[in-house]
Design a protein around this ligand. Sequence first.
Ligand SMILES: [Zn+2]
Length: 398
Amino acid sequence: MSLVLHHLRAQGGRSRAQLAVETGLAKATVSSLVVELIERGLAQESEISRQGAVGRPGVTVELDGTRICGLGLAVHVEYLALVALDLQSNVLHEEVLPLEVDQLTPDQVLDELAGLVAGAHRVLDARGVTIVATGVAVPGVIDLDEGLARFAPNIGWRGIGVRDGLADRTDLDPASIHVENDAKMAAIAEFAHLSDHALRDVLYLTGDIGTGAGIIADGELVRGWSGFAGDVGHLPFDPARTPCSCGRVGCWETQVGLLAFLRRATVEGDPARNRAVRLDDRIRELLRRADDGDLRVRAALARLADDLVAGLSILTDTLNPRAVILGGYFGFAGKYLLEPVGAALAQRWTTPGSEACLVGSRLGLVAAAQGGAQHALDQVYLDPTLAVRERVTDAVQR
Ligand SMILES: [Zn+2]
């Protein structure tokens, strides 16, 4: 079933006979698998009339999955986000809740997350959509097996049981909840969104209070042996040795993180520092000022570009990505960052044809939550039995 479902996603609707030839499965096997996929609401049949053909129109099998969804949740220092995607990755529901997560206890944050899930349940239930799996993004180092945030310094979490805490507060099955690092989840979402399928090596950089990278190498997410790969915000790129939330000094994120940028771009009491307002709106306000010639904001953006180049030079040399995607607030400020950072990186490339292209995130604040939902859907593609068998189909009766 997984093979057939993956094939339908990659290749689009086709006949049973075609599916049998292309997957190498027996025709009878394909037929029974398709029946089961239809019963689970993952596939549907539609009739196509072939031009000039005589007799009955042909029947194609295609993805359905409109009755099920993958749920994605993300914890950020400044906000929580939720995205529900159907099997074809269409957004069914989306929410962003500004929240000072670092000022709350983990229990309070999990309560707020559970509130978002309850709200999504109401919307999805009314549309007859069932949540089959959930992906939760947290800005820190994650223990995948235990669903635990091992260390998330910017929100003060150490050894927090995210999976079990969420399962206790909702009707989500703990086995269906997958916790992962926010940059990795965002990279999954951005990678799924790339229109150019030849792009197999991508570096996603989060722009939040903290900075992290999601590394996709040859189409696969890189975790490292203990899940630490891509935790680039704590690389020592700051010669002034500014103290960092992680306990070390001179980390990259003390320079490129949101707090450093806001400190440079604004003065105390500036509404752009008001954490009750959505982060994208606050950054857009600062960009408007830069457009109007505000020297303070312009200088902060120029400094940010320089500091990004310092780290990205090393990361692109090490990883040789084809695309570098600037996420979070870096993406919102792309107008002032992409050109100077891209030009500075291009100057370093010594071999023509080895350069990376620099782009802004297209998913904005919800990239990590969307990655969580995408990750949840991946579980359904791996194991279609996660979608409950409901319908007895025409195909069975035939
Ligand atoms: Zn650090």
